[in-house]
Ligand binder design. Structure first.
Ligand SMILES: O=C(O)C(=O)C[C@]1(C(=O)O)C=C[C@@H](O)C=C1
Length: 248
């Protein structure tokens, strides 16, 4: 059953996956050739990057295995997906029908490449592990995307809890009003404090000498910035998009 508490607990668990995903990605340098269009490392590229290639093909296998039958999962290349080979698992339908067409992965992808990676890493460093880099990018992108699109579930819970407050704003297509109504600043502040703490605990370099030079595998500032600039704002954007089509 979905309640405001249970959907928030889901978001808290996703924090762990996001931080571990960042720690995994930090095992490699930027490896810019993974992202370049027409890079010499991929002679048959036809204008796409190695990351495009790995993501399109990995999503195709996972789609056949049934991944996108779960409404929590949203592909990065929906136009390229083959059909599932797996019989759908019967799940209780919770979301409104319009939910399926909400996919903001293009914005997530752009932020990830243009804001997160290039500011996080030294742009010239390479170690040649391009496929491994792309695979860790994809698993991180998938959990980021799942967290953000979970805004559909959060919005549905909020709508059911107080339809009378949401309905007039939805009818008036009042985006600003909807954002104001669904925002809880104190929860956002707690999220940011908690992920900073988790980044320090999960990412602490463990050594056996007792020198006091604490090092982190991922700068906690990378994690809090990701939450402030991408995860929370885009989760709210998904909530608003979802609500706008809620009465259709
Ligand atoms: O927990 C909520 O109520 C949410 O809508 C999620 C979330 C978030 O992204 O963490 C977004 C908006 C709220 O202001 C608080 C937190």
């Amino acid at each position: 059953d979905y309640t405001l508490n249970s959907v928030r607990e889901f978001l808290v668990r996703e924090e762990d996956s996001i931080i571990f995903g960042l720690i995994q990605r930090a095992n490699f340098p930027l490896n810019a050739n993974t992202y370049l269009l027409n890079s010499s490392i991929l002679p048959s590229s036809n204008g796409s990057s190695l990351l495009d290639f790995v993501v399109i093909n990995t999503e195709a296998v996972q789609a056949k295995g049934g991944r996108y039958q779960n409404p929590q999962e949203n592909p990065f290349f929906p136009e390229k997906l083959p059909a599932s080979l797996v019989k759908p698992y019967p799940v209780e339908k919770f979301l409104h029908a319009g939910a399926a067409s909400i996919n903001i992965n293009k914005s997530i992808w752009k932020f990830y490449l243009d804001e997160l990676l290039v500011k996080w890493f030294d742009t010239i460093l390479e170690d040649g592990n391009y496929a491994q880099t792309a695979a860790s990018d994809l698993s991180l992108l998938q959990v980021i995307s799942r967290r953000i699109h979970y805004g559909k579930f959060v919005a549905e819970v909020k709508f059911r809890d107080s339809p009378k407050k949401y309905e007039p704003l939805i009818r008036a297509k009042d985006k600003e009003g909807l954002i104001k109504l669904l925002t809880d600043k104190s929860v956002e502040e707690k999220v940011i404090k908690r992920v900073e703490e988790k980044a320090k605990v999960y990412g602490k370099e463990v050594t056996l000498n007792d020198k006091n030079d604490t090092k982190y595998k991922v700068d906690p500032l990378v994690v809090t910035t990701l939450y402030k600039k991408l995860l929370i704002p885009l989760t709210k954007e998904v909530e608003v998009e979802y609500l706008l089509s809620r009465l259709d």
